[in-house]
Design a protein around this ligand. Structure first.
Ligand code: NKO
Length: 195
């Protein structure tokens, strides 16, 4: 298995925006609905929870699969795994198949995290569900959960490269949520159901 090939594969797979494809197959332009985002949440607004779950799982798997291979062939402490995780997220955020206009990378980052640690991924998912249940904002749940993931990886003593990778990915997620953050601060953020 070649390092560079795996990194390129991660980026190309990341570039497949399942939300946009599945919405289009159902006759919907996802970018003109709700928040205009291509992620699971906005597909849920347009097509319902079943489709949100399908998009979440597919966007998650495209993050998990390359990291799984990187871990198998190069190990958890390799720079290859570091690059593969970031490449998956960058593919989703700057997709070559969609004019480099992508999504917010939460589900894909979750897949990367799952490939690194089931324990930390599981705890991050619990935190995500808790924040969403208590506050009702998907974006807030995603932000709290991705910051928590970084802290949990540090807390459990994961290698430096893994912590750094999660910090880079969490920073990308925060950057992509900058409009959500402004709306949260103003009190005008979309809930799951409303626009
Ligand atoms: O339309 O702007 P919007 O309201 O849709 O959407 C905001 C939203 C975008 O994200 C999504 C995907 C939702 C997936 C839920 C995943 C639950 C698990 C989260 C764990 C995050 C771990 C990140 C690890 C970083 C290292 O936010």
């Amino acid at each position: 298995m070649d390092s560079l090939l795996l990194i390129v594969l991660a980026y190309l797979l990341g570039s497949v925006l399942f939300g946009e494809h599945i919405a289009r197959a159902k006759g919907i332009d996802i970018r003109s609905v709700g928040s205009g985002n291509v992620g699971a949440t906005n597909v849920g607004r347009a097509l319902g929870k079943k489709y949100a779950l399908i998009v979440f799982l597919l966007d998650m798997l495209k993050g998990l699969f390359p990291v799984f291979l990187a871990r198998l062939y190069f190990g958890l402490e390799s720079w290859t795994l570091f690059m593969v995780g970031i490449a998956s997220v960058l593919g989703h955020v700057f997709p070559i198949f969609h004019n480099f206009k992508g999504g917010k990378a939460v589900a894909t980052a979750f897949g990367v995290l799952l490939g690194v640690s089931f324990k930390v991924a599981f705890l991050s998912l619990i935190i995500w569900l808790l924040v969403f249940k208590l506050k009702g904002y998907v974006s807030l749940a995603s932000l709290v959960s991705s910051a928590s993931a970084v802290f949990l990886l540090i807390l459990f003593g994961f290698p430096f490269k893994i912590v750094l990778m999660s910090l880079v990915i969490a920073s990308i997620i925060f950057y992509k949520h900058k409009d959500n953050i402004s709306r949260l601060l103003e009190g005008t953020e979309h809930t799951f159901s409303k626009e």
